[in-house]
Write a protein of this length. Sequence first.
Length: 185
Amino acid sequence: MLVFLDFEASSLSKRSYPIEVAWVFEDGRSERHLIRPAAAWDDWDAAAEAIHGIARAELVADGEDHAQVARRMLDQLTGHDLLASAPSWDGKWLSALLRAAKLPRHSLRLRDSDDAHRERAHAILSRVLSGNALASAVADILEQSEPRRGGEPPAHRALADAEEEHARWLAIGRLAQARVAAQSA
C-alpha cells in the first residue's frame, strides 16, 4: 500500500534531526508523532521554528521518545511503498531517527511522491492514450493537481503536508478517470 510520509526537522543543517513525523496510507488512515530529541541531538534553528511553529521545549515536554517513534514506524510502515515529497531530506531524517534508536538505518526506504503521482496518471490514462498524447495528458493532469499553484508554501507540519500529498494522489486519480471517460464517450 502507498504511504505518504513527511518529517519536520530542527533545521536544514547537516546536524539536523527529526522533530515531527506523520504518514497517511492510501486508504486515508494516518498517524502523527512529535519526537522528543535524543540526548545527542542539540542542533536548533530559530528560523526553522518560526516556519513549523514547534518549539524545542514543546518537544521535550510533549514529544514521544525517539526510539518509540522509530519502532512504531517500523511496525506500521514495513512492507509498504513509502513516499515523500522531499525524499533526500526526509530520508536523512528517517535515517537519523533509526540510527538514534539503534535500528538499521535502511529498514525503511523512501521514494519520491512525484513518481507515484506520475505512475498513477500514466496507469489510468494508458488505457485510452499512447505516445505523445499520453505524455501530454499525464503532464496536464500533474499540472492540474498541483496543490499550491500560486507559489504559496506548504503548511510545514508533518500531517498537513502528508495529507496534501495524499489528496493530490486522489485528485490525480479523479482527473485521469474523467479524462478516460471523456475519451471513451
